[in-house]
Write a protein that binds this ligand. Structure first.
Ligand code: ADP
Ligand code: ZN
Length: 731
């Protein structure tokens, strides 16, 4: 990399753009020159595009033909550590640099000069008459507290036309004001009094803070049972980061979790941090991006892509629920936010805290190997005790056809209702029934575009494909044999379970929690708050409820099908089941009343089920680690998935076969190729999918080998190739 930091006007500079090109482009530095890393606007054909000055120009062409940079944008130049980070992520994930730059500039209007704009807030006036549309506008403003919206955002959020908002402004119910586009975030004060910590917690905090003060990179696995106070502990590490004048980033897996978390941050530091996630408005995103870059946001909480924000002085990254699969992005740039957080911290001398009650085997193994420090919190805070866990042996239960709640579980739920406590029935399947079968011809209704069954959603009154999202009305006649009235649902989804619960407990108040049942993140948050206050006797939920929510009145968790994720070819099936079951069970008994978790299973003797019950976690991890080591799979070996896809299956397979034949670069590093084979989901959105898997010894230069393997390929027509390093799901 070049060490030249500044380019005079007219000097040739190489500019990286987000356009799909395989190289940087040369331009002349503009009037006034420009710094390395500067964000610039450059001409490309007839367009103007965003770019970053990446180094001195390559030259080698007629210089009189070189065009000039149009202007340097008024934002902080990209820091060297960010350029290094993007380059390393690109190398690791085999992603072209323009795609990396897109990831790092996901905020609109970056180049706009600082300016004023109109924003809208709640006013003091009353509208002359209230309409539904007006009420929605006021509700949105109230819901977001003091937040200001642009006209477009407010109208969109409320689902009204802008004239409705303007009408409210005239009457004083909504206030219109001028405001600078991007304001610094309110100051967070690390020295406000925190909670009194338990001895365990205080010891963990001391270690984390000592680590912070070294100013060097280091990763800590913070393992603590649910409710042990991991959040309290890492907030104290955040406090130390802020005291040192550095920035903290907290990654959360689920945006529904952020509401409770924001309140806790505000209680601890006196103000709210910046938020970065898909639910944030465009204006907020732009503000976060700019303020992070100039150091006017001390703390960010966000989804995985927050890792690519231009922090000025990042000192700490917390990855909460680090085992969560949503940290792996599986389209576009395939990256693991957990792993890339460690990489980013190593580059900029920051600390990483990986927090979980059920860490991934990867992190467990890294701690075992001494690469990560490990801190354990072993008991719940206060009087809360861990739930008692038991199986219900489904072979011994008298089940009515078409029902899924066993008599034993029913009785346990009934007891809670009588005591005024809450029960959670957990099933990890959205919709009414996973399969719709024709009783005349035996066919199952499938998606027209995917190799997947359509799932009945009664709530929406439609069939839905969970691969491509396509929906269609529930047909009257079988699409295969045209016989009428023979279509029947098979198996349970969350909606069908709710139906059963309603019939079994007619007096109970039932709440369903599933990601598809709520139009907005806001509605989901509201529902979760309602439930936490006790406004439900029975909660029926998918894995959404397994993630960190706090329901104080919940004392019983019933898992409808503990065997569901045990099977399947996924090398992490056991690990995932173990994590999910223990997370779900952890929802029970978080306040003063003890909790119980009942797991319905047909295989109570299965080693994974036994490990879940026994609570011998270290034993489970050791056995799982030994199994993976013997098989040479992650984290003791490396894998990469290659998916080829196209509209016709033949040509796709031809390329797959050619790759398998010409696998010298792979063999040279001692790795093996499996496939090509139809991917487990062999067609998505009309595209046929063929998969190859590469398995390499740990430490083998797999990216390099893959790059050499793929380089000679000439993909014709509409055939695409996607590489997934360290795949987490195999579909
Ligand atoms: P975890 O993140 O491990 O699930 P939390 O940090 O959310 O645990 O703590 C669980 C509950 O216990 C929270 O309501 C939290 O406020 C409370 N809590 C934990 N530690 C303390 C403490 N030292 N003082 C007061 N409340 C605490
Ligand atoms: Zn589909």
């Amino acid at each position: 990399m070049s060490t030249q930091e500044y380019f005079d006007q007219g000097e040739l500079v190489a500019v990286l753009t987000a356009q799909p090109l395989d190289r940087t482009l040369d331009y002349k530095a503009p009037e006034g020159g420009c710094f390395l890393g500067a964000f610039v606007e450059v001409p490309l054909g007839p367009r103007k595009v965003l770019g970053v000055v990446w180094g001195p120009g390559q030259g080698g062409f007629d210089l009189s033909k070189a065009r000039s940079v149009i202007r340097v944008l008024e934002v902080a130049p990209m820091r060297e550590e960010m350029r290094v980070f993007l380059g390393k992520v690109a190398d690791y994930t085999l992603t072209p640099m323009p795609a990396m730059l897109r990831l790092a500039t996901r905020a609109p209007g970056l180049g706009d000069p600082p300016s004023m704009r109109k924003v809208y807030r709640l006013g003091n006036g009353e509208p002359d008459r209230m309409t539904d549309a007006r009420a929605r506008v006021l509700e949105v403003l109230r819901d977001y507290g003091g937040l200001a919206f642009t006209l477009k955002e407010l109208a969109e959020q409320a689902g009204v036309t802008s004239s409705v908002v303007k009408g409210l402004v005239k009457q004083g119910a909504v206030r219109e004001e001028d405001s600078p586009r991007d304001l610094p975030y309110p100051h967070l004060d690390p020295d406000l009094p925190g909670k009194a910590l338990t001895d365990d917690q205080a010891a963990a905090v001391r270690k984390l803070q000592a680590g912070m003060r070294t100013g060097d990179y280091g990763t800590t696995l913070l393992k603590g049972v649910t409710g042990s106070g991991k959040t309290e502990v890492y907030l104290e590490a955040v406090a130390e980061t802020l005291r040192m004048g550095r920035q903290a980033l907290v990654l959360l897996p689920e945006i529904a979790l952020t509401a409770e978390f924001l309140t806790r941050v505000e209680a601890r530091f006196g103000a709210r941090p910046a938020e970065w996630h898909s639910g944030a408005t465009m204006t907020e995103r732009r503000r976060v991006w700019r303020m992070v870059g100039q150091g006017d946001a001390q703390m960010v909480i966000g989804a995985r892509s927050a890792l690519f924000l231009p922090f000025r002085n990042l000192g700490l990254v917390v990855v909460d629920e680090e085992h969560d699969t949503s940290y792996k992005q599986e389209d576009g740039v395939h990256y693991s936010a957990r792993d890339m957080a460690v990489l980013r911290a190593a580059i900029c001398g920051a600390r990483v805290i990986l927090a979980s009650a059920t860490p991934s085997l990867e992190s467990w193994a890294n701690a075992e190997a001494g690469k990560y420090e490990r801190l354990d919190l072993t008991s719940r805070f206060g009087d809360a005790v861990l739930p008692e866990m038991k199986t219900i042996d489904m072979r011994a239960e008298q089940m009515q056809p078409g029902t899924w709640v066993s008599p034993s579980l029913r009785q346990a739920v009934r007891q809670r209702i009588e005591k005024g406590e809450q029960s959670l029935l957990f099933i990890n399947r959205r919709g009414y029934a996973p399969v719709t079968l024709c009783r005349a011809c035996g066919q199952q209704i499938a998606c027209d575009h995917c190799d997947a069954r359509m799932v009945e959603h009664r709530f929406l009154k439609r069939l839905m494909c969970h691969q491509c999202g396509e929906t269609k009305p529930m047909p009257e006649v079988c699409p295969s044999c045209q016989v009428e009235g023979k279509l029947a649902p098979v198996g349970p989804g969350i909606e069908r379970l709710a139906e059963e619960a309603e019939a079994t407990f007619p007096e109970a108040k039932i709440a369903m929690l599933s990601s598809d049942l709520f139009g907005s993140a806001r509605a989901l948050k509201a529902k979760i708050e309602e439930i936490a206050k006790g406004d439900a006797d029975i909660i029926i939920g998918t894995q959404l409820v397994a993630k960190g929510h706090n329901f104080p009145k919940l004392t019983l968790v019933g898992v409808i099908d503990a065997d569901l994720s045990l099977h399947g070819a996924d090398l992490r099936a056991a690990e995932r089941t173990f994590q999910l079951m223990r997370q779900v069970a952890g929802r029970a008994g978080r306040a003063d009343k003890p909790g119980q978790a009942l797991l319905q299973t047909f295989q109570p003797e299965h080693p994974v089920i036994r490990a879940i019950l026994s609570g011998d976690e270290e034993g489970f991890w050791k056995a799982e680690a030994a199994g993976r080591q013997a098989a040479g799979v992650p984290p003791y070996g490396r894998m990469a998935g290659i998916v080829l896809s196209g509209p016709d299956v033949g040509p796709v397979f031809d390329i797959g076969n050619a790759m398998a034949r010409n696998d010298a670069p792979i063999r040279q590093i001692g790795a093996q190729v499996f496939g090509p084979a139809p991917a487990p989901i062999a067609r998505i959105r009309g595209r046929h999918r063929v998969r190859l898997l590469v398995k390499a010894p740990k430490g083998a230069p797999i990216q390099d080998a893959l790059a050499r393997w793929i380089a000679p390929l000439r993909l014709k027509g509409d055939i695409r190739l996607a590489v997934d390093i360290d795949p987490q799901s195999f579909y």
